[in-house]
Design a protein around this ligand. Sequence first.
Ligand code: AP5
Ligand code: MG
Length: 191
Amino acid sequence: MVNFLIFGPPGSGKGTQSVRLAEKFNLMHLSTGDMLRAEIAAGTDLGKRMSSIMSKGELVPDEVVIEMIAAKIDGTKGKAGFLFDGFPRTVAQTEELEKMLNKREMKIDSMLVLDVDHNELVKRLMLRAEQSGRPDDKDPAVVENRIDVYKAKTEPIIDYCRKRGIYQPVNGMGTIDDIFGRLSKLMKKYL
Ligand code: AP5
Ligand code: MG
């Protein structure tokens, strides 16, 4: 199996592109943000505990998302690989993911990082706030906090992956189709 991380700050287009890429390349799309929102929507205990953290734009504990991902990795059959979206978010999550994959004779093959200007991120999320029910899009201060948390806790993963030789920056500005074309071209080399 071939495994990709799609990476980038909030609003960089990870989710939008992942849905299309997963379909094109028969990949299992795993978004921890989507999984957490599904827990909240279902009114589970976990969802209730996580919702206040998420509405502030802070990260939920590493163990919570690691457990979610582990369950999905073992439950997936008939796919060409995994496309991890919004996970890992910390270096500790990255180390755990590597361990999980190595145990199953897999690895992270490529990290695709969407580069998008700060103003464009805010513009996209403000626009989505008008239609999405996401509480973390509604308040501009929470949007800024999500971007700050990305810089402080998530961006260090780039250096970690660069050392592994799997870091691949991608221009995340432009139309959804243009960016999809750029990502597809890079991913094709592995599939
Ligand atoms: P998560 O759901 O991962 O949210 P996020 O990282 O804040 O990113 P978004 O989903 O907002 O952005 P995206 O990059 O997917 O962009 P999208 O395609 O949607 O996480 C939410 C929360 O859950 C976290 O804050 C944390 O609390 C928790 N969490 C999740 N995972 C965790 C983890 N591993 N560890 C700890 N905590 C975790 O696009 C955004 C908008 O822009 C859309 O409206 C889209 O239509 C539009 N758009 C996309 N591309 C373009 C384009 N090219 N041009 C114009 N508009 C575009
Ligand atoms: Mg997303």
